[in-house]
Design a protein around this ligand. Structure first.
Ligand SMILES: Nc1ncnc2c1ncn2[C@@H]1O[C@H](COP(=O)(O)OP(=O)(O)OP(=O)(O)O)[C@@H](O)[C@H]1O
Ligand SMILES: [Mg+2]
Length: 245
């Protein structure tokens, strides 16, 4: 195993009851990787993320953390779509610290500093006291990103964070991620349906359909997987209001 391996995923299979969701998955996550994990609905992307997080038990195989072990997670469904979600921006970011604090669930000065620093990093410092539900989709995603980063994770897993964003917000969001990846050497796994828009940000594609079908560069992915129904159905299209698509 090479020195800069962060996580080794060795031949894992995962089941829900009798249903096999992941079959004999094998790959390494290297420090500094920016991986995009792609695949059709139900192909096991979220299941793989949850297995890495220890939220879903694996049926066989082994996951080994070689370096570091803190994972930041931006889940697929958060409930924040609800406009009446009773928390402010700063409070949502602070919940990212709860796991770190064990039984001590009150927040001290140091925590408040960390939260402030994160909000600043993502350009949200003026919104700290706003209700999360009153923010735009793009702003909410940045708050969630701040929450997943407040513990300074070794690996950040984002499950379709951009699917509800327009193109401008999506590009902004991806630029922030790229910056974290290049400047802080943060390792990232980004789950998406929109593989074309991630090209230029991520450096590695994992293509999943219960089995791992592909692991490599974008160039190779587009060369070797051209007939994947996935690519055709998920190409982004620019449709102007008032025009028929
Ligand atoms: N809690 C669960 N109980 C039973 N089956 C589940 C559960 N979660 C997922 N599955 C099944 O496991 C398979 C993989 O699901 P998963 O959510 O990992 O796919 P996905 O690639 O994330 O899909 P999507 O793109 O729709 O988010 C699917 O067949 C799904 O129906
Ligand atoms: Mg999913």
């Amino acid at each position: 195993m090479s020195k800069d391996v962060l996580v080794n995923v060795d031949d894992i299979s995962v089941k829900y009851g009798q249903h096999l969701a992941l079959s004999h998955i094998h790959f390494d996550i290297n420090q500094g990787d920016f991986i995009t994990l792609v695949g059709v609905n139900g192909s096991g992307k979220t299941t793989l993320a949850k297995s890495l997080l220890g939220l879903k038990r694996i049926a066989s195989g082994r996951i080994t953390w070689v370096n570091g072990q803190k994972v930041g997670y931006l889940p697929q469904h958060t409930g924040l779509e609800n406009r009446h979600f009773p928390a402010t921006v700063a409070e949502v970011v602070a919940t990212g610290l709860i796991k770190d604090k064990g039984r001590h669930t009150w927040f001290n000065k140091d925590d408040r500093k960390r939260v402030k620093k994160m909000l600043k990093l993502f350009g949200m410092q003026d919104m700290a006291k706003k209700r999360i539900g009153n923010l735009s989709g793009g702003q909410q995603q940045r708050v969630l990103l701040a929450r997943s980063m407040v513990m300074t994770p070794d690996l950040l897993i984002l499950d379709e964070p951009t699917s509800a964003l327009d193109q401008t917000s999506r590009d902004k969001f991806l630029k922030v991620l790229k910056k974290l990846n290049t400047e802080q050497n943060l390792t990232i796994i980004l789950i998406t349906h929109d593989v074309a828009s991630i090209e230029g940000y991520a450096n590695r594609v994992l293509y999943l359909d219960k089995h791992l079908l592909f692991d490599g560069s974008f160039k190779k992915f587009f060369e070797t997987q051209p007939f994947s129904p996935f690519i055709h159905t998920h190409q982004p299209r620019y449709v102007k209001e008032g025009e028929t698509s």
